[in-house]
Ligand binder design. Sequence first.
Ligand code: SAM
Length: 234
Amino acid sequence: MTDYALLTTGLEQLGVAFHPQAVENLLQFSLLLLEKNKVMNLTAVTDPTEVVTRHFLDCAVLAPHLGAGEHVLDVGTGAGFPGLPLAILCPKTQFTLLDAQRKRVDFLTETIAALGLLNCIAVHARAEDFAKLHRAAFDHAVSRAVAGLRVLSELALPMVKVGGSFFAMKAADCIEEVEAAAHACAVLGAPAPTLLRYTVPHDGIDRVLVRLHKTADTPAQYPRRFKKIQTDPL
Ligand code: SAM
């Protein structure tokens, strides 16, 4: 099967609606990613077919949860995951891709321009600093492979509006991690995590989307300084 066919059938399996231009843009993003990956460390994935499955189809599972007109923050986006494939698939949703590494953000800014995406910006900042000026500024936050949930929830939840959600993409065996974060989630305003299990199409890997629905404001003292969050997680 071609990568085009893998991508389109995988999106159909996930129930993700897409425009043919989105598929072209995703495959173009894959080319730009793998080309740049030769000269800087962006992803451990080097096979174009695995870019389709492990990156694009894994990230696409979030698309049905994001609405038109909503503003979504990707915390620790790295080479753009999950935010950039989602920006391509959800053109009526706004995305801010946040990362602490300048070179990765520069790559994303170039890629967003090359693909002509108007619903997406990349920002170079640490989440705990960005949160000071963007409290409750986003309808949703998303994140993959950045930190354990106790730490990650303190980085992301302060920036989510009450009524919105933080979606953390996790491995299938994340139950203990979620249980350990129960106190942190309650303190930060999202007391009842829900787990949505899925299998990445054409890859067979089982994954979990942890949804933290925010029902109360995050107290003003959070997030704390990163060193404090790490050494003394909630
Ligand atoms: N989310 C991407 C993915 O799934 O491929 C990248 C994962 S990479 C392992 C973790 C990324 O999180 C790095 O690019 C790092 O710079 C970023 N990061 C870690 N802590 C951060 C923080 N406090 N604020 C912003 N970015 C952070």
